[in-house]
Ligand binder design. Sequence first.
Ligand code: B3K
Ligand code: ZN
Length: 873
Amino acid sequence: PQPIYLSDYRPPAYRVTHTELTFDLDPAATRVKARLHVERHPDREAGAPLELDGEQLALKAIAIDGQPLGEDEYALTERGLRVERVPARFLLDTEVEIAPEDNTALEGLYQSNGMYCTQCEAEGFRRITFYPDRPDVMATFSTTVIGDAGREPVLLSNGNPVERGELPGGRHFVTWEDPHPKPCYLFALVAGDLKKVEDGFTTAGGRDVTLQIWVEEENLGKTDHAMASLKRAMRWDEETYGREYDLDLFMIVAVNDFNMGAMENKGLNIFNSAAVLTHPDTATDAAFQRVEGIVAHEYFHNWSGNRVTCRDWFQLSLKEGFTVFRDQCFSADTNSAPVKRIEEVSFFRTAQFAEDAGPTAHPVRPDHYIEIGNFYTLTIYEKGAEIVRMLRNLVGWDAFRRGSDRYFERFDGQAVTIEDFVACMAEASGRDLSQFLRWYDQAGTPEIDAHGEYDYANGVYRLVLRQRTPATPGQPDKRPLHIPIRLGLVGTKTGRDLPLTLDGEALGTDGVIHLHEEEQEFVFTEVAEAPVPSLARNFSAPVKLHFPYSREDLAFLQTHDSDGFNRWDAGQRLALLALDDLIAAHRNGVEKVMDGRVVEAFRALLAAEPDDKAVLAEMLTLPSEAYIAEQQPLVDVDAIHAARQFVKQSLALALRDDFLRVYEANRREAPYAPEPEQIGERSLKNVALSYLMSIEDEEGIELARRQFEADHNMTDVRAALTLLVHSSRDDLADPALRAFGEKWAHDPLVMDQWFSIQVSRPQSDALERVKFLMDHPAFSLTNPNKVRALIGAFAQNRINFHRADGEGYRLLADVVIELNRLNPEIAARLVTPLTRWQRFDETRQDLMKGELERIRGEALSPNLYEVIEKALA
Ligand code: B3K
Ligand code: ZN
């Protein structure tokens, strides 16, 4: 496979203004007729050949302006269809046959639980019909779906239904029209025996929109939260961005087999059932929040993605970074905002930083790829969102909103670039964003080394910041970035933020300084007392910031910083310092000694009356093993696990009664609601319980058992079950697992949780359990949710996946090899943990590389080929 380069971009020679499709559905032989209204691009020379993408299509007929083409008038290749001579304007008719039942890649038209559905982004439409499958070709669509009236009573596509009728042989049809020009990646079709839940929404402009969620009958009781979230998102986008919905119908469909979370097809969003279905008995608080976020994300794409789309796939972050930023702000507005930020950043610093530091590191706007399906990454999505967030903070909300209005107005109905977006922000704010644009093209996580000095005599605080971005594959040298640092100087006497005066200018007590150069000195004057700097507040830039804080400084910031995020972060930094010592002690075989400052910090946290319980729960949560590993030069999985466990148990022993008290104070019996206050209480209670269970305290065990048996809601049940299953006591684990497995055998989404919980246990039988569960009737390699729940979850079980005998690696490689044939997109994602071999000791490196080599020996899909080649480069 050959890479495609951004620098090779050329506008299409031909555009399609209108697309008429007819699907005659059949599992083994669906017929797809396409009539394309084609025009040569005005700037392009006459005589350019027409090139259409097409894969795995059996061509049955082809005609131009009604005249069938002879065999010498077109050429079929593995990648598509080429017609050498075409008029400047013409109708192209094709008919192809495809087999949805054989489609296990879940791209194009496939079957899930007997229903038909599609996934076209990025390049799935070429598996449906011959087409210029690129986002800068935008057409209106008219789609007729023909199906069996009994098996497929419901026939859906984009836009509005305009005609329906009966056909001979028990068949029927529905015709849909989508008046909004769209690229084919936003095309969708769904057919099956589905039931709907319906609601309505009136837009600010007075349009009455029918909202429908389509599910299999047994899931009818699980749509309330998604529907409520959708309505909130629609209102929020009107109020926040002035964006209204533009059709009379908005549909969501839940399907079981889906590679990603969901897809923003125009007017017909298709969702992984895990990203839409909720019920207090079956879904946790985290799942409720995830559903809310994804429903909003896909809805927001209607403007940021659909009305204004990407010129080419290198611009993917144009729609994804902006839309993630939009959904993050929405979730912050509807939940506990500080907790949302903490969750986002912990996830980002663990997973995106690791991606940036590994062999698949790439810029937010890559300049080449082999398989675009590999670029739906944390960098494109989450780092892209952080860049948009920096922009918002740089120009301020008002200018940002004006820039956004300008962007949507100017480019409505067009396919554009990241520069177009940033240019709107520059114009609206009058700011020069040229250096800022480097964020999009430079891969890797910038690191800032900071140090400061207080001059008592003159009341001056000097802060020196030095930035460097480590080399990444293909980018040995990096240029300095424009990095906004939000900061405060917290007075050590008063514990208050001191007024900031920089170069004679007053910045308030919470200001932003701009790092443009490799090294810059910032001199704050009129600083009345010795301060501790609070830097990069609220994670103002996606960087690693190093400052030589003492443990006393961190303990001070943890209680006094006015920025909630940095209060949490100070606690994390303090814990990390203690963990460092313990990791070293473990490696050197020295007795471990707990840092009393951490105990005292926790004691103070537990004693105070919290104003946000969810934040407190986060503050009581130790950095994850994955995040600790991120901080280590060489990852020692066993030492990290042992050190973290030691800290947890030491805290539990020292503060047992406090944890018990917090547990008791937060068990409320009110009916479940996925509301911030209740969610905060549940997290706090369950964090307290996890400490008690870490020492297998008899009272703690009893509480966990009772919480499991009380069966109040899935959040509490799952938390208790996890603690029982992760304990060292099989007499606690086994009966609970059995009861849960029997109770929920009929519910695939709950069984996913059952799989994950057991294969993430720290006990050494985790790998054997994975092997055993792969034969469980509820498991299936062709269902991505199951693969993630069992294999994906095991690969996150750090001490067991990284077993010294390499059996964890071998298991993952075996599954990846099988999935390479079935579902290349999922295979390429699943292999990720093996690609991070550089971080481990030599023995593990060799074992991991050995498995990558074994995979390389197979006939690889382009997806896996690209990832494996990078990993072994
Ligand atoms: N845009 C889709 C991505 C699907 C791509 C899969 N290859 C989901 C989202 O970001 O909303
Ligand atoms: Zn998206």
